[in-house]
Design a protein around this ligand. Sequence first.
Ligand SMILES: CC(C)[C@H](C(=O)O)[C@@H](O)C(=O)O
Ligand code: SF4
Length: 488
Amino acid sequence: MSRGTLYDKVWDEHAVTELPTGQTQLFVGLHLIHEVTSPQAFGMLGERDLEVAYPELTHATVDHIVPTADQSRPFGDDAAEEMMSELERNVRDSGIVFDDPGSGNQGIVHVIGPEQGLTQPGMTVVCGDSHTSTHGAFGALAFGIGTSQIRDVLATQTIAMEKKEVRKIEVTGELGSHVGAKDVILTIIRKLGVEGGVGYVYEYGGSAIESLGMEGRMSICNMSIEGGARAGYVNPDETTYDWLRETDAFADSEGRSPSGSRAKPGGDPEEFERRKEYWESIRSDSDAEYDDVVTIDGDEIEPVVTWGTTPGQGIGISEPIPEPEDLPEDKQDTARRSQEHMRVTPGETMQGYDVDVAFLGSCTNARLPDLRDAAEVVEGREVDSSVRAMVVPGSERVKAAAEDEGLDEVFTEAGFDWRGAGCSMCLGMNEDQLEGDEACASSSNRNFVGRQGSKEGRTVLMSPVMVAAAAVTGEVTDVRELPEVAVR
Ligand SMILES: CC(C)[C@H](C(=O)O)[C@@H](O)C(=O)O
Ligand code: SF4
């Protein structure tokens, strides 16, 4: 008999009991915490004289407030220093592993979990952060939670949840050159709406998704929440297992992974195979029933950019910005307001829209392949003199790996600033912010008014390669049409 979707299976495996509220009490396999949303929850725990029940299943990092230029302590910003100190106190008192700056492991919470092998298929993963959906790329059930839920997880390692419906989103065909995961998810959100996923968990599949690497899958799952779905996942497959083989989770005491692809073969291949058998069993069955199915033609997707102030207001780079009156009635007012804020003209394309800042970073698009792809575009070119451009790697590991490949040099030679890891200008909680009405080509996930630190700031969301193209031309540009350069 069919056991249904991955969502059903993982849910059932983690269900502790049915609560009188109609909710299910779910066991949490991995709880990630950061400095912004955890302090209050620890405070609530203290008030009740409770301790962290399973500190070994909790993992901390600092990302939102860390400076990306000078990280010496105390931080220049008092509020940031206070948040950092409080996190340090809480993790020390509770015995929670903390990846602090300089440890070599610090970074954005949704980058460090997967890269350290903490995130695995079939797990439940929670974090007080809406982009926790990222971890669904591994076939985990991962969702963002609020403060009182963080308290519950700290105190009991369980959470009360209502079951959602599952919508399968199938992206068929093959993505074109310079078209990637970010373009796919922006297309999905545009089609289904920023609230289209409310009440659903998204299962992403189809040839265009399956052919993506883990980082691309993470970019897609990351933005599930921008489409209203609290969680999104991809069924685990060989791509997933190959990626996991290289992480710390299965390495032996000398750091050797089971793949044998490192200097010396090692790790624990048997444990890995045991897990893999289980991971295979939690994939959605071929005859699983979905509450809804949506199909999108991947061959049709071109590089996407946003013209407005929600992630759903996106268009293909060659498409005209919509006339508000051509949109469904409930979208017209928002579109007018967004267009006024962005100062864009309906009927025109976004090509040629002047850009003052280029931001390559965030938990959506600051992993190694994102930086590699962008560096390939940047190599042999120069950042336009009107643009302030920066790369903020997603983690210290990403940064180190990129430096090993010389990507930092490619970027700095072109005129980019090469920074330390953190959320940075994705939301401007540190000193990296837009000024005045600056327009920013950004690889992040939110273009809300004021998001990047300035109320008048204008954010245009796009893929890392499109950010690179905008940086070197000073305007929104179709990366596929950049004139050739001679690369050394
Ligand atoms: C600070 C945090 C609560 C927030 C989130 O939940 O997403 C942030 O990461 C964001 O991207 O806006
Ligand atoms: S990088 Fe941006 S979206 Fe991701 S966790 Fe940080 S602030 Fe939130």
